[in-house]
Unconditional design. Structure first.
Length: 389
């Protein structure tokens, strides 16, 4: 059997940083054979400056929106961003498919090996069938009018079945967001998705909390624009997360995407529900998308005692200039210097793999895994990792 041997300034295993006197050994397909000291590694060692890491896990993406790259202005705020997506997402099938193909190729070039992908349509199914990347498909359902819940659920189930036939262990039916899913629809989704992995957009704007606290804020304008009757809605006088967390508590794992306006009280609630319901919650940061949409960032305290439960996503090319986890990591590191580069690499590798239930193959340099091997020449100046195997 032929082996590949890699020696760098730092081998990041997914959970720890090893010094330069270690050598990573894989077979030619990238399966991890061992990590040994350099005296035991023998000959033909490839030597690099910088960091070698497992491939990245992109825990929140919208591949089907890739054709909207550069079509939506920056800093519009959440409501106008949503309205722009709804107005502009229709496009010729050929354009949509080419954009999906190009976006996937970009992720591969940027060292991404697995993706948690939000799906409202079957547009990405043909590309995913090529198995270039691992995908967990989150089939997203929305509908804030209670009387329409069954209709919206049935529409989502049609998309779910299309994916589930091909990816039976990689498909979940999930709610879009607290502000777009009625209690009736939450109940239907919860009954279908018990013990599955869920993903939900969480507290991406201040207006989301305002809606649930006092039935005020910019989301009222969204519903008016969309012709949605809000007469049924009674504010809970709690945050949006507090208002919906019970509907997430039957899941095995729940990925909360964005978390820009998540409070310390919300974080304590998450911990309480994790213990009470056995659901594992993950905070998925998509900082470049939030900068694009509203120039907003999560508060500093989100990193306090939460690093093991933080994962990283790119969101979509409708809300980001690239699908590049390394760029996300570097931006987080600049904004929150208390989170070290290696802690953030763990968020983007091992944590992400655990969140998507794929730690048996991805996320770390454990013997027998095939997690991808990427090289970051210089953390401060390198914008793209290089795939080694």
């Amino acid at each position: 059997m032929s082996f590949l041997k890699f020696q760098t300034d730092t081998i990041f295993t997914g959970t720890e940083a090893l010094s330069s006197n270690h050598v990573l050994i894989t077979d030619t397909n990238g399966k991890i054979v061992d990590i040994v000291d350099e005296q035991s590694a023998g000959e033909d060692i490839q030597q690099f400056k910088g960091i070698v890491s497992p491939g990245f896990i992109n825990c929140h993406c919208h591949l089907e929106l890739s054709h909207l790259k550069n079509k939506i202005p920056e800093h519009t705020g959440m409501v106008d961003f949503i309205l722009n997506v709804l107005q502009k997402r229709t496009a010729p099938e050929e354009e949509i498919q080419q954009a999906i193909q190009d976006a996937e190729a970009e992720m591969i070039t940027n060292g991404i090996v697995a993706v948690g992908d939000i799906c409202n349509t079957t547009d990405t199914l043909a590309q995913k069938h090529k198995n270039n990347l691992y995908y967990h498909n989150f089939i997203e359902v929305s509908g804030f009018v209670p009387s329409k819940a069954k209709e919206r659920f049935d529409e989502g189930m049609k998309v779910f079945e299309s994916f589930n036939q091909i990816f039976p262990n990689q498909t979940s039916l999930v709610p879009h967001a607290p502000y777009s899913v009625s209690e009736n629809l939450f109940n239907l989704i919860q009954n279908k998705s018990s013990n599955q992995i869920l993903s939900i957009h969480n507290q991406e704007s201040e207006a989301e909390n305002e809606l649930f606290l006092t039935k005020s804020g910019d989301f009222l304008r969204l519903y008016k624009e969309l012709g949605i009757d809000l007469s049924h809605f009674v504010p809970t006088q709690k945050s949006s997360l507090s208002s919906c967390i019970t509907y997430l508590s039957k899941a095995a794992k729940t990925i909360l995407a964005h978390d820009v306006f998540t409070s310390k009280t919300d974080l304590e609630l998450i911990k309480t529900y994790s213990l009470k319901s056995k659901t594992q919650f993950y905070l998925c940061l998509c900082v470049l998308a939030n900068r694009y949409i509203s120039d907003s960032y999560p508060d500093q305290f989100i990193f306090q005692n939460n690093l093991d439960n933080i994962v990283i996503g790119t969101d979509s090319l409708a809300s980001n200039h690239s699908l590049n986890i390394l760029s996300e990591i570097k931006n987080i590191n600049q904004k929150y210097p208390q989170a070290s580069e290696f802690e953030l690499l763990q968020c983007a590798t091992y944590n992400g793999a655990v969140a998507l239930n794929i730690e048996h193959q991805f996320g770390s340099f454990t013997k027998g895994k095939q997690p991808g091997v990427i090289w970051i020449e210089d953390f401060k100046t390198c914008n793209k990792p290089k795939k080694l195997v």
